[in-house]
Ligand binder design. Structure first.
Ligand code: SER
Length: 591
């Protein structure tokens, strides 16, 4: 039996013994990345470093990254799918490559001191080669030299043995995947068949040596990187001889609580109970994240709303009459004693769940009645789907799910037209945006990012020193910045903020990046985001001259930024609004 804590500790200790530095998990909400809503893998926060920027802690890193993958929400309900998971990963940023990466993986999996898996229970896959990259015989050679026999090595195409966020540009490359024979009753056959379900993937070593550009060309990167990923829940399931991820300690207390509240047994109600457990666990991590997110009709808030409401619906299906989400959340939080943020935000998590549950319970029953009336016609028109969304709070995916269960259609095209008519959204909530992807490091994004730093400081200078960043998001069209302030800004204040920023742009101030220990960064007056976890060495961006403390802004940040404020153009605030009690939001553009 291996526990979650033991697995994580072993992983970190092993890679520390190989001179890796442990970096804390980044937020679930990617910073300055317009193409994804959530961090879906350990690589997201590391993209600038995979592309060549120097990491303050060096070229060997190890991390446990909290991740959300929303692409699989509809699959949740079986033994293996969940939206939230923790990913163990080791990183070489232009340091070691295939030889060491594979040897480390092999040692960690098989050595008695670490996971002690018998070599006979392992098999691997390698990339078979295509027009973009040749067959990975290097990895094969290394596996052979470590004692993995030829019959246990399979070569597969890009769909299986290549990693890089699907359909998007960014760092990517071939990978080699390790499989574990999970059956205790049956011996593994000599020849490895990746289709045999007794072989389960346990780890993935990606050799990131390409950057896929916007025209789908694979350009060799200036440095060769390694990105590996091992899912905590899955690995615990496998190593403990279980058949169901939901029976690991990451879920079991949640399942027991749902059994208690509903009076129903897990056995026979697996699907409903798993969905509730998974969705509420993900909701706890989103609500408890460093960047405060609450349920809403856009972006991450929409996904959050969708999963909470889906959990509530399945709760009702199980026969739960009372509010239950807070009770379940209270069993989730103690499982993760190592995530300070969800403990610090305990009250917020419970308040938001209660609020959302009250709001949705009021309309769920009426909405279901309305749906039955509509369903008689065997089609849900776009207008009706929009009515279910607007008046009864049914997210479109929810209506789609109900329609599927009843064997009827939803006119999604018409729904999208209705939706767009009613919302002024720069990012639609349609399924497309939930795909994973990578930072768009276009020039505009950089300009907006540097403008965000100017805005952060300008707000402090105009409104007062107590102003602090509560969230930031950049798309190629605009910046969005959340901060604490108790009331609406006056038109004069908005003008003053804009003027101060445009003044700094006209002054052509240099934007300088430096690396320093976290303590020095904080004592030098660099802004940090409250609740964010920083590594012991950080990069700091200063706008303005260092001399005589003549700088305008100083922030701990990973970049990227323009080199000089004169590159920004003209800054304009296009919207100022409230997002939550005491939190204001500004949207701005550069022209
Ligand atoms: N990025 C790869 C994955 O998610 C390895 O970490 O599998």
């Amino acid at each position: 039996m291996i526990t979650r804590n033991e697995l994580i500790k072993k992983y970190i200790d092993f890679f520390k013994s190989k001179h890796h530095k442990h970096i804390p998990s980044s937020s679930l909400i990617p910073e300055n990345d317009p193409t994804v809503l959530f961090t879906t893998a350990g690589m997201h926060p590391l993209v600038p470093y995979l592309l060549g920027q120097k990491h303050p802690l060096g070229s060997r890193l190890v991390s446990v990254q909290k991740c959300i993958r929303t692409g699989d929400i509809d699959e949740v309900g079986d033994e293996v799918h969940h939206t939230f998971f923790e990913m163990l990963g080791n990183w070489s940023l232009g340091d070691y490559f295939k030889e060491e990466a594979i040897s480390y993986s092999f040692e960690f999996l098989t050595n008695k001191k670490w996971l002690a898996i018998p070599k006979e229970k392992l098999a691997v896959t390698c990339f078979e080669g295509d027009k973009d990259s040749s067959k990975d015989i290097d990895s094969e050679k290394i596996w052979l030299s470590l004692g993995i026999p030829k019959e246990r090595i399979a070569f597969l195409p890009k769909e299986d043995n290549w990693w890089g966020p699907a359909g998007n540009s960014g760092p990517c490359g071939p990978d080699t995947e390790m499989f574990y024979w999970k059956s205790n009753s049956k011996k593994p056959p000599k020849k490895f068949d990746p289709k045999d379900e007794n072989w389960v993937e346990i780890w993935n070593d990606v050799f990131m040596e390409y950057n896929k550009d916007k025209s789908e060309k694979y350009i060799s990167l200036s440095q060769k990187n390694v990105d590996t990923g091992m899912g905590v829940e899955r690995t615990l399931t496998i190593l403990n001889g279980l058949e169901d991820n939901y029976l690991t300690e990451c879920f079991l207390p949640i399942i027991k609580e749902i059994e208690k509240i509903s009076g129903k047994k897990y056995k026979g109600n697996e699907k409903e109970i798993r969905i509730i457990a998974d969705h509420l666990r993900a909701a706890v991590f989103i609500l408890g994240d460093e960047k405060s997110i609450s349920p809403s009709n856009i972006g991450q808030g929409y996904v959050l709303r969708r999963i909470i409401r889906r959990a509530i619906r399945y709760g009702k299906q199980l026969g739960i009459k009372e509010n239950f989400t807070v009770k379940v959340a209270k069993t989730i939080i103690p499982i993760y004693s190592d995530y300070d943020e969800i403990h610090r935000n305990h009250k917020f998590i419970c308040e938001q769940l209660e609020l959302e549950e009250n709001k949705f319970s009021e309309t769920l029953e009426k909405g279901m009645k309305k749906f039955s009336e509509i369903a008689v016609d065997k089609i849900v028109s776009g207008k009706e789907a929009f009515l279910l969304f607007q008046s009864f709070g049914f997210p479109i995916e929810f209506t789609q799910e109900l329609a599927d269960e009843n064997g009827i259609e939803v006119d999604l095209d018409e729904y999208n037209i209705e939706f767009k008519k009613h919302q002024d959204l720069s990012r639609s909530t349609s399924a497309g945006v939930f795909k994973s992807g990578l930072a768009d490091e276009s020039e505009t994004t950089k300009k907006l990012h540097t403008a965000t730093h100017l805005l952060n400081e300008a707000l402090r200078k105009i409104l007062g020193n107590e102003i602090a960043q509560k969230g930031s998001n950049i798309t190629p069209e605009r910046l969005r910045f959340d901060f604490n302030f108790p009331r609406k800004l006056t038109p004069e204040e908005i003008k003053k903020v804009e003027d101060l920023i445009n003044e700094q742009i006209k002054l052509s101030l240099p934007v300088i990046r430096e690396e320093m220990p976290l303590d020095n960064a904080l004592s030098s007056g660099a802004q940090s985001e409250f609740g964010n976890k920083y590594p012991e060495v950080v990069s700091v961006y200063t706008i303005g001259s260092q001399k005589n403390k003549g700088w305008f802004s100083k922030e701990i940040c990973t970049g990227p930024h323009v080199n000089n404020t004169s590159d920004i153009g003209k800054f304009k605030i296009i919207k100022e609004e409230s997002v939550a009690a005491g939190i204001r939001r500004i949207k701005g553009i550069v022209e």
